[in-house]
Design a protein around this ligand. Sequence first.
Ligand SMILES: C[S@@+](CC[C@H](N)C(=O)[O-])C[C@H]1O[C@@H](n2cnc3c(N)ncnc32)[C@H](O)[C@@H]1O
Length: 561
Amino acid sequence: MADPEAPPVETAGHVLERGKRLSDSLLWKLQRRFFDQQGVQAWTEGTVPHYITSNAWIAGAYAKVVLGWLRDACAPSSQRGSFAPLDLRHPVHILELGCGSGRFGYLFLNRFLDLLRRSSLSHVPVRYVLTDFTESNLDYLRNHPDLQPLVESGSLDFALYDAEEDLELRLSHSGEVLSAQTLRNPLIVLANYVFDGLPQDAFSVRGGKLYECLVTLAAPEEEPDPEDPGMIGRLQASWDERPSPPELYGDPELDRILQEYVERPADATFLFPCAAIRCLRHLARLSDGRLLLLSGDKGFSREEVLPGPGEPAIAVHGSFSMMVNYHALGRWFDHRGGELLKTRHLYSSLSMVAGLLGTPPGGLVETRLAFDEAIDRMGPDDFFDLKKSVEKQYDELPLEELLAWLRFSGWDSNILLGCFPALMQRVEGAPEILRREVHRAVHEIWEAYFPLREANDLAFHLGVLLCEIQRYEEALSFFHQSVALYGPNPATVFNMGLCLFHLGDLDAALTLAGQAVEGAPEYEPARVLRKEVKAALAKRAKKKRLKKGPKGARKRAGTPR
Ligand SMILES: C[S@@+](CC[C@H](N)C(=O)[O-])C[C@H]1O[C@@H](n2cnc3c(N)ncnc32)[C@H](O)[C@@H]1O
């Protein structure tokens, strides 16, 4: 960090802005344009990391905490100062901020509704609202076929919501407006990888004095379009400091938190989540101070781990992100008489917190219990670490253990794709009892899957597994799904021909085998299949009826593309 007394540092390259307050920087505008332009492609093409916040494990963990909190909200009143019981004539709303691909929302809602239905709270009406600031994401989700049943049952709606400024939301399916006047029940808010992309400021404290860190952005060459989000990856940030008054914002809530950092004994450079705090303030107003926030991000939730002297770090992944100062958000909850639950250990990839505002009638016993079990003891961050380690061992794991891992993960499609080669090897020659479990796994994984048309074709892989356990009819329907999502790839067409061959539909098998040969002339198994189907047809023509399907060795499905 440049010395505040020294003249500004010389910056190499073409300067786009110099000495800006971080929250006013061009960076945030570029970020918004990035998401606006990319829409769902930001996730389907793997540009923006999202597995850790969009898998069955984190969805299950959040579902358990939300259910715990609802148990507290529905319990008989045992606490002074608690908020009123829920008004069950109106739904409890769960808002997901910055929902992105919608995969987390889909996984969460299905898991949560399943838990709710089987619990003593099955009578509590709940409505999940997928929100984002850009129509590009919402449009895609409104039209996603897998979300339609949830919309039609009244469990799901959508709303444009800009976390930087909006005070209320209009639901696009029901047309209802959620505002401080209309909202009857407390609010549950889920925000993963959202606060790290909202405007923040940067400060450093040295010897009890506060300095504001000002950003200068430069690009190696002149940028023809100053609004092109593609330049995010080309920008170089450098920092200067200027002395700052602790009441910089002229906003008592923000200034009070900032002042507390000036009073801490150790020197530090830290980010100040000014937009996230304002967003929480809006949500608190909307819910009349009755709020559960669940959030996961890269961030610091404890004062003692706030970084020491240094420069704020900016990570680029198509968009960019900065660490979230959950500690400051925690102070905001504290000042409002609430609290921030955090894990006892330091996170490795994803820091997770629960912000609580207002006391439910039953207190917070069930909420704390659920947070402890689902986030602190075996949370999404632990699951992610474990996954990284288990996936190195796939070649050594027997079929039972691969299946146990899939069950444990909540039938995670990413895990299936990762261990697919090992599964294929083990399934051949496996006892019937395990083949039945493979069959179940295929259907559970497909059931839990939210298709986004990513490069890896899950339906194809599941079809191949089904062929391996000789469930040709079901395999065929997975190959049809694959064609519907990805088009008629020759490998898929070959596998469809193979299924039909084993099912005894030789005419259709011949057509498909022919198409597969045409599509991929170098693919030997397709030519072999075509030859065998022709031979079988010739035999049939000689009225040697095939009684139990065609003779000859069973053929294996073509391996993935
Ligand atoms: C990094 S993505 C995270 C998406 C998703 N929550 C996940 O975990 O994969 C950030 C999301 O926040 C949205 N976003 C960015 N700025 C926002 C704002 N001011 N208000 C609401 N959403 C915003 C983006 O459109 C994007 O969907």
